[in-house]
Design a protein around this ligand. Sequence first.
Ligand SMILES: C[S@@+](CC[C@H](N)C(=O)[O-])C[C@H]1O[C@@H](n2cnc3c(N)ncnc32)[C@H](O)[C@@H]1O
Length: 187
Amino acid sequence: MLLRPLEMAQEMVRGAVLAGETVVDATLGNGHDALFLAGLVGAGGRVIGFDVQTEAIESSQRKVEAAGVAADVFSFYCVGHEYLSDYVEGPVAAVMFNLGYLPRADKAVITTVETTLPALEQALSLLRVKGVLSIMCYPGHEGGEAEAEAVVQWASELTREQARVMRYGMVNAPNSPAFLIAIEKVR
Ligand SMILES: C[S@@+](CC[C@H](N)C(=O)[O-])C[C@H]1O[C@@H](n2cnc3c(N)ncnc32)[C@H](O)[C@@H]1O
């Protein structure tokens, strides 16, 4: 069965991350990716998460507590991911971005080109060689198309000596379906 873009993001990240490493969830939302990442790094690893909404931090906190993962694995910050490098000491094995808005919350609070692109630059420079940066793009909502285009433009300008860049998404779906940009750092 074909994987959905979000599942593909997880597969690519799973292939890159080793137990004990540090990883980043750049858009915590409800904490699904943070919990997934915690499963990869294990008790000796670190998951650093960012979101601009208190609601998202609290929801993620509840999610990881309910799953019974040791609290010292996580550091969650109610801070924009454009300040990533002020909070994260590299190298990191993976950084996951899930752009757009928090489901069932204020749809006016969305990730934007102005903050996403600086965050991606910082994420790439913190990544170790063979580390993976995954970016779920949602061109279907207002503001989402411009952001998705900017992400594709940014990623396509990376040289092949710097990074391997893949794009994955449904081709025969209506309404601007979500797609994944996945980046493996080469050097
Ligand atoms: C699609 S949701 C993320 C879903 C999440 N990965 C999950 O597993 O539930 C996008 C999130 O990005 C957050 N966000 C918006 N601007 C941000 C920024 N500058 N830095 C970090 N997070 C931001 C929103 O508050 C929202 O919670």
